[in-house]
Design a protein around this ligand. Sequence first.
Ligand SMILES: [Zn+2]
Length: 467
Amino acid sequence: MSRRKKVLVIGLDCAPPELVFDQWRDELPNFKRVMDDGVWGKLESCIPAITVPAWSSMMSSKDPGTLGFYGFRNRGDYSYEKNTLANSTSVKTDRVWDVLSRAGKKVITVGVPQTYPPRPVNGLQVGCFLSPSTTNREKPYTYPASAMQEIEATVGEYLVDVPNFRTEDKAYLLRQIYTMTEKRFKLVKKWIAEKDWDFFMFVEMGTDRIHHGLWKYHDPTHHKYEVHPVLNQSIHDYYRYIDSEIGQILDLVDEQNTTVFIVSDHGAKKMDGGICVNEWLIKEGYLALKSRPATLTSIDKCEIDWSRTRVWGDGGYYARIFLNVEGREPRGIVKRDEYEALRDELKAKFEALVDHKGVNIGTKVYKPQEIYKECNGVPPDLIVYFGDLFWRSVGTVGHNSIYTFENDTGPDDCNHAQFGIVIRHDPDVHEGPCGRELTGLQLMDMAPAILKQLDVPVPADMQGKAF
Ligand SMILES: [Zn+2]
């Protein structure tokens, strides 16, 4: 009888190699066991290293340019007004569960970013943190819709995310994160044990939310670090809890036939502050407003004088920079033959940016055409990592400074880092010894690696390679 191989993917959004592989390695016995018996390494994220597009890049094995979305928010066209949010309907290509479904494999996915609205699979799909409701039967967050009742019967009210996670009420935040995570693990443990599947994948968002909410208590080098009797240990204790849940999951799977991956989409690092990108563009003469707003105002609510504006930007963990190009934007003034020189000029100036103390912050600037195989949709003209992501990009205007140490979208202590983690524990004898560290892995290598484990051919247009 031929054996039935299975793959289980445990996704931990934002889990950084520094904590799992280094700092807490001996305190996380279940992570340690799969590392020692398997292979592991840093997993390089896409650019930008953001949840959307990262998980879809990983699961489709295509870069964000090829996918045609560059973050949560994207320009819908070259007008000034049309912004779109990237959910599952933006993903026009197969992800690994689509390939597996067609190959007749039974698949279950729970909470993988960009799976709302859920789409038909050969099995089950539970929508991600973008799901607006878990009770609206008109717009089900699961495929099939009948899974909604099943989930409710198992865990009561299911949480796709922490409501209002940008809060100063850290006790509330912690309670909500634990409630959400406990429910998710309760559900996935039940389904891992009881359902018929070849491929099972779930993504826990609690790791991301706890980093953003509590990193200043975790990292003594953070500029807002505070000594606190409880909160200094919160992230550590949560990882211990996650480790115990992973231990219970490992007890449920048939290790003779199941390959287990533990993976994250990017890492985490402290946030030193924010660069008010549009304030900077105004100061440097690239952006002109008809009037200065009296209070903090988002750039799309400002009255921009397009006849005198060559460049504008948007905020977030990284900056998206747009040029106002003649013949492309409705009131474009940058001539086509000036475009490349202006991009180079901006790149040089961004890379020279100093902090409030006059020290260069090591900003990195990317041209989409140089980092992606294709550029579909409306790519930014430049993608900027201020201070190599130690600084975020603040899009609002009205700060009267290019630096800010308060986040315009609520308290946030951490930014994303370029490297996440991957651990692979498989039943077969490896080439080389167990416990080895692998190097040079990138998000897009994951989908081919999963297909290889299940002996399903890797589609030719996947950009990564199996490991
Ligand atoms: Zn993420």
